[in-house]
Design a protein around this ligand. Structure first.
Ligand code: F6P
Length: 323
């Protein structure tokens, strides 16, 4: 059992995602119940290097469960990519008697943890926190559900104006290398086409579909920002084929990262937060806590970061409805 766990350091890193605050609350609460101290590390790896540590009080944190963003703040740290940065971070952890770490973030955060684990021998546990849903070892990452809900809400609104003007709309959603937000928000809004980085043929299918486009109707295309052509080029190519079309581009952007977390993300944060403390107490190290088929699972860091793929069922849906 992890009897050496007396002081956990917790941080959020990379892009913020709704549900992070719920996870922080759950960590603080589970630790308190087990008589463990928790320090929050501000601004992710940056704060670790600079020694920006604050106490984590469950009584305060419980009032933040409903809030988007991360109360610990976050960053993408260039300094932590260097060995000097990681050495400074390790020194700060030692100085503050931190004996274990819980990190909440996406693929960059896990890459950081992997590199750090070669140097620093403290037990680390990761929680998947990114709107992109692009980590293996969990069905859903924290924030994904909220981001899709935000995107759906906005696309519905765009449809109203698209239908009023009979316009083609290219709506760009987030997902650096992952089409998950595009697929879910596109299917959920009855989009006419969905372009994602995981599918090479979707653009050809879109062009074929547009051959029969009747300019007396709206046409909604949801484009993942990671799409290989990119939204502007797709727009230009559509115009090339059919210069008459009335086309607009809307990029939803960072609005997808903000806002109150959905019910699912709040629950996911609570479950994964408690599970991360339990994992440390059970002597686990260098694993991510996730939920697969509604069961808590632990996955070694090395297996968490993978080239993102869309499963077969979703691919079929994409073909059926999305292009
Ligand atoms: O990783 C989450 C994410 O929102 C991606 O979807 C997007 O590509 C990226 O972060 C944007 O990062 P930044 O906020 O640093 O511009």
């Amino acid at each position: 059992m992890g009897k050496n766990i007396n002081h956990i350091g917790v941080f959020t890193s990379g892009g913020d995602s709704p549900g992070m605050n719920a996870a922080l609350y759950a960590i603080a609460k589970a630790a308190e119940i087990n008589g463990i101290q928790v320090s929050g590390i501000q601004k992710g790896y940056e704060g670790m290097i600079d020694g920006n540590f604050i106490p984590m009080e469950p009584q305060q944190l419980q009032k933040t469960v409903h809030r988007g963003g991360t109360i610990l703040k976050t960053s993408r740290s260039a300094r932590f990519l260097t060995i000097e940065g990681r050495l400074m971070a390790m020194e700060m952890l030692q100085k503050n008697s931190i004996d274990s770490l819980i990190a909440i973030g996406g693929d960059g955060t896990f890459r950081g943890l992997l590199a750090f684990s070669e140097l620093c021998k403290l037990p680390f546990i990761g929680i998947p926190g990114t709107i992109d849903n692009d980590l293996a070892g969990t069905d859903y990452t924290l924030g994904f559900d909220s981001a899709v809900n935000t995107a759906i809400h906005d696309i519905d609104k765009i449809r109203d104006t698209a239908e009023s003007h009979n316009r083609i709309f290219l709506i760009e959603v987030m997902g650096r290398d992952s089409g998950y937000i595009a697929i879910n928000s596109g299917l959920g809004t009855g989009a006419d086409a969905i372009l994602v980085p995981e599918s090479g043929k979707d653009f050809i299918r879109l062009l074929n579909k547009l051959r029969n486009y009747d300019s007396e109707e709206a046409f909604i295309v949801v484009v993942s920002e990671g799409d290989e052509l990119g939204t502007e080029l797709v727009a230009a190519k559509i115009k090339e084929v059919n210069p008459q079309v009335d086309l607009r581009i809307t990029k939803l952007g960072h609005v997808q990262r903000g806002g109150n977390p959905s019910a699912s993300d709040r629950m996911l944060g609570i479950r994964l937060g408690v599970a991360s403390v339990k994992a440390l107490l059970n002597g686990k190290r260098n694993v991510m806590v996730g939920i697969l088929n509604n069961e808590l699972v632990l996955t070694p860091f090395g297996q968490v970061i993978k080239r993102h793929q869309v499963n077969q069922e979703l691919q079929k849906l994409l073909k059926m409805f999305g292009s």
